[in-house]
Design a protein around this ligand. Sequence first.
Ligand code: FA5
Length: 345
Amino acid sequence: MSAFLQEIEGLYAQAMEELAAAQTTASSEAWYAKYLSRKGELTAQLRGLGQLPADEKPAAGKRINEIKNGLSNALQARQATIAQAEMEETLSAEGIDVTLPGRLQQVGKLHPTTVAMNQIIDIFTQMGFEVFDSPEVETDADNFELLNFPPGHPAREMQDSFYTATPDVILRTHTSPGQLHAMRKYAPDPLRVILPGKCYRNEDVTARSEMMFYQVEGLAVGRNITFSDLKGVLFNYANQMYGEGRQIRFRKSYFPFTEPSVEVDVDCILCGGEGCRVCKYSGWLEILGAGMVHPVVLRNGGYDPAVYSGFAFGMGIERQAMLKYSIDDIRYFYDNDARFLARVG
Ligand code: FA5
């Protein structure tokens, strides 16, 4: 064997030995730079090929190419082994068990108030009610006075208001001022609307009461509307919302804008009517106020009370959701606890 071939065989053996000792990606790359790169030792040998006597060149050239291919293949195999070992080391250091199933992606849900509100809207729109938008900021006149609460009227005490910096402009305490907006738009035509939205009251926050809550108002005005129509609509609503056979009861009540006025209760589904914290141990949960639209309000809305009559109702959405989903404290609704939000819907 020529001296040249002896030298490159020695280089080959040495390179293979060093490659077998390389333990990291970085050391395998250094090995590549040392032997196979353009400035590497094997490339330098290739350049020396030109100096060989002509009869040695073919055999030497062939052997150098074989060695180069052998080293390239060996490098590829070594790097695959190193990458596998490095991955295993990282995985065991991070304590990941790759055989465990992956984590499910959390999908967002509608807020329980929105779920209940959509159900209520669906039930009433099926009965022919149209959704009517009305503002959250109202004048004292529309929130109270034109609904038959004169200034200083004791019924105003039922709804402590949040005032704005503008005199006589308040955050609405109920959705009832929307009745006036709807009547002004439709009078003298008949109307059947529901008005969903936020209300604000300066109240102590308890398990049953929030300072900000949602109501849905209902209003129907026409020539022959009677209290029986109101009862029929509310029975139908309660059966669809809470299931057939639900108990509801009408209690006489007072609102300045309806006459006669009632409050409607559903039997408490948290305690089955036996009495609990939510129903204040009465077995019943008040869900809405209702009545026949007061003649003064009809007139303020643009209808002649001698010709037209109407009924109205207003219900609290969170209270309905509490009943339907067995939620025993209204404060959960706006605490933003994702566990609560995931419960409904
Ligand atoms: C009213 O607000 C009347 N506007 C309802 C009405 C409309 C009567 C049309 C007649 C005709 P009341 O203050 O009772 O009434 O409230 C109605 C419903 O809103 C209550 O039954 C309750 O479900 C809900 N609600 C009232 N205050 C709060 C509160 N602080 N937090 C949560 N829900 C409340």
